[in-house]
Design a protein around this ligand. Sequence first.
Ligand code: 13P
Ligand code: 13P
Ligand code: MG
Ligand code: MG
Length: 372
Amino acid sequence: MTTLSIIKADTGGFVGHSAVHPDMEHAAREWLADAVNTGLLSDGQVASCGDDLALIMVHGHGADAEAVHSFAWELFQHTTSIAQRLGLYGAGQDLLSDAFSGNLRGMGPGYAELEFTERPSEPMICFLADKTEPGAWNLPLYRMFADPFNTAGLVIDKNMHPGFLFEVYDLHEEKRIVFDCPSELYDMLMYIGAPARYVVHRIHSKTLAATAAATSTQRLSLIAGKYVGKDDPVMIVRCQSGLPAVGEVLEPFAFPYTVAGCMRGSHHAPLMPVGLDQAHPTRFDGPPRVVALGFQVTDGKLVGPRDLFADPSFDRARQQANVTMDYLRRHGPFEPHRLPLEDLEYTTMRQLEDDLTDRWQPIHEAPAPAER
Ligand code: 13P
Ligand code: 13P
Ligand code: MG
Ligand code: MG
């Protein structure tokens, strides 16, 4: 089995939360080259979306492997030290723990890992997002793997007719469930339509008996108990030959659907699909961005990337995202631009509630303001 791992972290923003500094990417590239030379990885590439640095790695160690996770952890400590030296914003932002113990679970960095037996041709897409949360992948994954109006293959390719298994996490209760689709589509939508809590973690092809997609499903604020930036999730999707074609996997992003994130991680805003050179959210720390890097994985090597959203056919989505952003922004601090209170609970709301708790009086017992 081969494993494709994307491990990512925000270890410091240049400027503010808008980008990764080139010195950090350069260092990460050198570390990955060393790891390929020593045989830890069969290949590795560095990419970034906004202020999040992603390591795209191919290896034979499997998911959750200590060797790979500890390598990424040390690399992120190193890029944090570069961020500190340059005085970048939020140096080490996503490194929530001091001590590494076995793997990165609960430590801050996000990761998506997909184990597979390489097919004669293995097209894969690595999606990287900034200024949003892991549930942002729910809508496009549903459309890719369950919606025949998006994915023609669900109708045309007989191999796709048996459907797909969706593994969904409840991030609040730390539970998981598997939905068998299409027969349980409606049950599933009840949950994944609430992406702040329920997140598609993995998709399995019944025909291929193999994993078709994997996402990063951490929620930093639930780990840290406070606001520490949005998770800025990543996702891996395998394509073609019994799985959605590359164009079917990209199609959901032609609609810049609304996600949670943007300024202070506290606003709804459209997700804008962009090429790597436009993946730097600036206006109101948004709109949130997604990039799609296509690879052929061949003999453990990453042939690519192709910068798949650097295509004029996504211009309309970008325009629509800008129009939507204008519309939402005019709500200022009002919902539904600002997130609902339950989603702010882990951020600033809790502290404010503590401060004001004694000032709230029962309505019927309180004297009218003039009688005070
Ligand atoms: P495959 O079923 O061989 O992946 O071909 C479908 C296709 O490429 C349509 O775009
Ligand atoms: P990041 O999660 O990308 O660091 O953004 C944090 C933020 O508060 C943006 O306004
Ligand atoms: Mg940041
Ligand atoms: Mg970020």
